[in-house]
Design a protein around this ligand. Structure first.
Ligand SMILES: NC(=O)c1ccc[n+]([C@@H]2O[C@H](COP(=O)([O-])OP(=O)(O)OC[C@H]3O[C@@H](n4cnc5c(N)ncnc54)[C@H](O)[C@@H]3O)[C@@H](O)[C@H]2O)c1
Length: 253
């Protein structure tokens, strides 16, 4: 079987940060398999020979994720050794006293269970392909600046993102002996369809820009560049959750 670093899986790869990651990886000649509940509108990035495959699956459905990865492995002729988990949904943005518990559980499930399901499905794939001993791999999760400190009205989303940050460290320690690195990014506000929807609904983005030392939002491609670095180039980093936030978490007041 061909080199597993030539095949990447991107959850949430149909939109926003995930889509920008897909474009960058295709640009490096890496085959990409997207797992998302929505289809990709158009192939991102420069034209090239790398293959793009997509599967419409909910990342919380472990059987569907596992079947998709098995099929992608067969189609590509290469087990995926790279994973970026960029799927996600918004929280209710409501006070803790008003949170609907079913919605709270769904936010946690999509973000945290979905990240675990995608990561362990990939590692199982790698182990099956190499007869029980993993040939190594690299995972990048997507947390958030809301995982750092307390934010009002974020008891659902912020808690889920803090759990992803913790999960990143746990998996990094567990899988280091197999040569699998697990890192994460903690994005600040990035202008994706998720944030555009918030702006359209009246979110005060000018206040966010003013609070950000670099004074602006991140672009999806800037976020994808940081993810690409951790995924492919930061070969002695594991268990790191790197803020990519224009200095937001660095502010001391
Ligand atoms: N944009 C930001 O400012 C920002 C900041 C911090 C963290 N994040 C995180 O970055 C990640 C990407 O967000 P984005 O801004 O690109 O949003 P986005 O809405 O543009 O993309 C998210 C993608 O995830 C997919 N998705 C949602 N639920 C899914 C599920 N159950 N199974 C499979 N796919 C699913 C959506 O269909 C969508 O394509 C999310 O985890 C988000 O929480 C974003």
């Amino acid at each position: 079987m061909a080199d597993s670093t030539g095949h990447a899986v991107v959850t949430g790869g149909s939109s926003g940060i995930g889509l920008a990651v897909v474009g960058r990886l295709l640009g490096r000649g890496i085959d990409v398999t997207v797992l998302d509940t929505r289809p990709i509108a158009a192939r991102p990035g420069p034209p090239g020979d790398a293959a793009l495959r997509e599967y419409l699956v909910d990342v919380t459905d472990e059987k569907a994720v596992s079947e998709a990865l098995d099929d992608a492995t067969e189609q590509a002729g290469t087990v995926p050794g790279l994973l970026v988990t960029s799927h996600g949904i918004r929280g209710e943005f409501a006070p803790a006293l008003d949170l609907d518990l079913a919605a709270f559980r769904r936010v946690y499930d999509v973000h945290v269970t979905g990240t675990l399901v995608a990561a362990r499905s990939l590692v199982r794939c790698l182990e099956r392909a190499s007869g029980g001993t993993s040939p190594g791999g690299s995972v990048v999760t997507v947390s958030s600046t809301t995982a750092y400190g307390g934010w009002a009205n974020q008891a659902d989303y912020g808690v889920a993102k803090a759990a992803i940050r913790q999960l990143t460290q746990n998996l990094a320690v567990e899988w280091a002996p197999q040569g699998i690195r697990v890192n994460g990014v903690a994005p600040g506000h990035t202008l994706t369809p998720m944030v555009q929807e918030m702006i359209d609904q009246g979110y005060d983005i000018a206040a966010t820009e003013a609070r950000t030392p670099l004074g602006r939002l991140c672009t999806p491609d800037e976020m994808a560049a940081a993810i690409e670095f951790l995924l492919l180039d930061a070969t002695f980093s594991t268990g790191v959750c790197m803020p990519v936030d224009g200095g937001w978490t660095a502010v001391g007041k």
